[in-house]
Write a protein that binds this ligand. Structure first.
Ligand code: DGY
Length: 323
């Protein structure tokens, strides 16, 4: 009798043509839900699965895998994986994968756009116009900060940070960065970027962009003290994770004019946005869409599918799919 095929849970509808590659190897259970699954629903699904394809909507920790006795791999569609408790998964021998590389350029595009929107007050100006407040061209209206010729600070100089630095060359920006470790000289040269201490980055940047992964160690790395180091004319943009910023301290700084503007694509309590930030007119708020272009989202799913097949020990090297 043929061995039963491994079972895979796909936590939400993604792209049927890409996901179909899973059907060659596995018995796939799909859901139609596109929002967060309740923890007990995730636990129940994982208890029946050998592998899972999940997104940032799915938080998977020790409780969710407690009864997942057959689970071998979880493939996350996303470069960030703070939705997974990797240590808890590793303790159970479950492999976790993510999708680095394929979203670099799209996300860097968006980070740059968000920084520019904050600096040049684009959404604030649009609201102002739609509210009917425009009485005619005004010499002093809605003055913003320049991007060209200014100093860009990048906190977290991985692939996406480097992509933002390369874009900055076209705007004649001086690029400073801080990373736990300095990049090889060749990359620094390619990005025309200079490593500085973290405090210096906060103090010298005209536009500071956060692109570092979120960990317990860097929770609220941008707190009141860090914000106090920034120039009052500076902007802060984040396309990383909400937990990096103390949002109340940021709202204080924005409201008091101790920081000119911010651009935020990520929030600590997503999808709930700190009401104090909603009240600030000098912050551009977007709903975690930095990687949201169709080609990139398809590439993310494609890589996650490949990762899952490989992590489960299948794929080209394993010969033909089991019948
Ligand atoms: C990621 O992949 O981590 C992004 O935040 C998703 O947009």
């Amino acid at each position: 009798m043929a061995e039963p095929r491994p079972r895979v849970w796909v936590s939400q509808p993604l792209y049927p043509d890409i996901e179909a590659r899973l059907d060659a190897w596995f018995d796939v259970t799909r859901t139609s839900q596109v929002t967060d699954h309740a923890p007990d629903a995730i636990a129940a699904a994982l208890a029946e699965a050998d592998g899972a394809l999940v997104t940032l909507n799915d938080r998977i920790g020790a409780a969710e895998v407690a009864n997942a006795l057959r689970l071998r791999a979880v493939a996350n569609v996303g470069v960030g994986y703070n939705n997974l408790d990797v240590a808890a998964l590793a303790a159970r021998g479950i492999v976790a994968t993510n999708t680095p590389g394929v979203l670099t350029e799209t996300t860097a595009d968006f980070g740059f756009a968000l920084m520019m929107a904050a600096a040049r007050r684009i959404t604030e100006a649009e609201h102002w116009l739609r509210e009917g407040r425009w009485q005619g061209w005004g010499f002093h209206q809605l003055l913003g900060a320049d991007i060209h010729g200014s100093t860009l600070g990048i906190l977290g100089m991985g692939r996406i940070g480097q992509g933002i630095a390369r874009r900055a060359r076209g705007f004649d920006m001086r690029v400073l960065y801080h990373n736990r470790s300095r990049l090889p000289e060749a990359i620094e040269r390619d990005c025309a970027a200079t490593w500085v201490e973290r405090d210096a980055l906060f103090a010298d940047a005209d536009h500071l962009v956060l692109v570092l992964p979120y960990t317990a160690a860097n929770h609220h790395i941008v707190d009141a003290a860090a914000l106090a180091r920034m120039k009052p004319t500076a902007t802060l943009t984040s396309i990383a994770r909400g937990g990096l910023i103390d949002e109340d301290a940021l709202a204080d700084a924005l409201q008091a004019g101790r920081l000119a503007a911010a651009g935020l694509d990520v929030f600590e309590g997503e999808p709930v946005v700190n009401p104090r930030l909603l009240d600030c007119r000098n912050v551009v708020l977007t709903p975690h869409i930095a990687s949201a272009s169709l080609p990139t989202r398809r590439a993310m799913v494609s890589l996650a599918v490949d990762n899952l097949i490989a992590a489960m020990g299948f794929g080209p090297d394993a010969g033909r799919p089991p019948s």
